[in-house]
Design a binder for this molecule. Structure first.
Ligand SMILES: CC(C)(COP(=O)(O)OP(=O)(O)OC[C@H]1O[C@@H](n2cnc3c(N)ncnc32)[C@H](O)[C@@H]1OP(=O)(O)O)[C@@H](O)C(=O)NCCC(=O)NCCS
Length: 200
């Protein structure tokens, strides 16, 4: 595959490593800033912005974890977003996936779960069976949602944060690293601890 990669931060460096290990071609990186590492800057062409129609045979890959920046990039660019799913991932044949999804090594989408657009799965994150996952959600490393969870748009899961089965989360909720969500919450908040509670 031929890709245009969006982002030049720490997560982009990781995603580029995964794309390289699966032997795909990166035609260009789009970012307003260079990498903080010469080895990436020397290897890849970096463009501030992409004009319509550039690199017509390439798919766009989202290599940004920040939810607000993902939204800006989607607004500013043509809709040629593809999904990058590393070869080590498992995606069930029965799952339904949107576009702009990035799946880092050993992440998984199981059963007949539904995953929306621009969802980011960092390493070892997992959405198990019967989940409904909205748009623009970011899963950090080693986190996930167990069966029958429903997660609304723009939620963020910190490293090793989990939802036990049947949890529902409303739009824009942040789950702090290491938290275990055992009840449903619908109002925007930061959930912290085990059992996770809204931070005051
Ligand atoms: C959810 C989150 C983003 C909220 O961030 P925030 O609103 O900026 O909150 P802060 O980081 O400023 O923390 C506020 C307070 O909560 C505490 N806190 C934050 N996350 C915590 C956690 N997971 N466990 C325990 N305490 C935590 C902080 O120590 C701080 O306490 P203090 O006021 O006594 O110093 C953040 O808590 C978090 O979990 N980030 C995870 C990041 C991550 O895993 N990234 C992966 C990148 S690969």
């Amino acid at each position: 595959m031929k890709y245009v990669v969006f982002g030049s931060g720490g997560f982009a460096k990781e995603v580029i490593g995964y794309i390289e290990s699966d032997v795909h071609e990166i035609l260009c990186v789009v970012s307003t800033q260079p990498f903080n590492c010469e080895s990436y800057n020397n290897k890849y062409k970096i463009l501030n912005k992409l004009e319509v129609g550039m690199f017509p045979d390439a798919e766009f890959i989202m290599a940004v974890g920040d939810i607000n920046i993902k939204k800006i990039l989607v607004e500013q660019n043509e809709n040629r977003w593809g999904n990058f799913i590393h070869s080590s991932c498992h995606v069930s044949n029965h799952a339904k996936l949107g576009v702009g999804i990035t799946m880092c090594p050993f992440s998984a989408i199981l059963g007949d779960s539904i995953v929306g657009d621009f969802v980011t799965f960092n390493v070892y994150s997992c959405v198990t069976h019967d989940n409904v996952i909205g748009n623009f959600i970011t899963f950090s490393p080693y986190c996930g949602t167990m069966g029958y969870c429903t997660i609304d748009d723009d939620c963020f899961f910190g490293t090793a944060a989990y939802c036990i089965p049947k949890v529902k989360l409303g739009k824009g909720i942040k789950v702090s690293a290491g938290s275990v969500v055992r009840h449903s919450y619908m109002d925007q908040c930061v959930l912290l601890g085990n059992p996770a509670k809204p931070r005051s």
